[in-house]
Write a protein that binds this ligand. Sequence first.
Ligand SMILES: [Zn+2]
Length: 251
Amino acid sequence: MDLKIGEGRCEANLPWGFKDEEGVVHYKAIVREMTGREEEIFFSDKISAKTRMAKIAQSCIESIGDLEGDVLKKALQGLTPGDFVHVLLLMRIASFGPDYAFEVKCEECGKKFSADVDLGALAVFDASKIGGRNIREHNVELPSGNHMAKMRIVTVKEADSLDVPGGGKDKERMTRLLMSRMIELDGNKPTRDGLLNLPLRDRNSLRNWIRKVEVGVEDNIEAKCTNVSCETEFETVLDIGQMSFFFPEEG
Ligand SMILES: [Zn+2]
């Protein structure tokens, strides 16, 4: 990422950014380091984890593009889920620097060890590869060759509202995930049946597409087991929500 760090602040371009009503995309984020105010929000048990992170981000973000002040709350909700994770990452870098040690467990021998990652060196999704930050609708070709899907890049607000339709029931969540990002299937509004009848390889391909464009920051990390009789290399996922991410141990 094109990161600038200094004086308790950190600046970087978000993978997508906030697209306003006029179609202008604001994507350069400036974030300040966390203080005791954010720590108190973090440890408040009166609010859900999701609300907590949203409040902390609101409190630490200083600008997105040329947007500042009250409009930032709306702009944060209008970022993509990947952008939002990126903002959390910037808050962490502004507060503790880019070096992050996190605990992983070897897939092979089960040994737990600490892996180091440079958060500033994580690869960021490049929207120009699929037409640029202002194009939020995309035709996606499917491997079966029999179907065509038109997908959209969702905002945090849209993703949140789609997370728990019908009161948080976890029914058909794979289909719901696809439905929430799909505008058209074979030229028509997608239906539940249409999605359920879709071959698995097409559904899998769509899920991979969603993951690729929404993830924002590459969170797959290469780790190598420190057990000398094992030394297995494997991929693990960076957990940005975990405690040690925002409250690293010292020493
Ligand atoms: Zn091992």
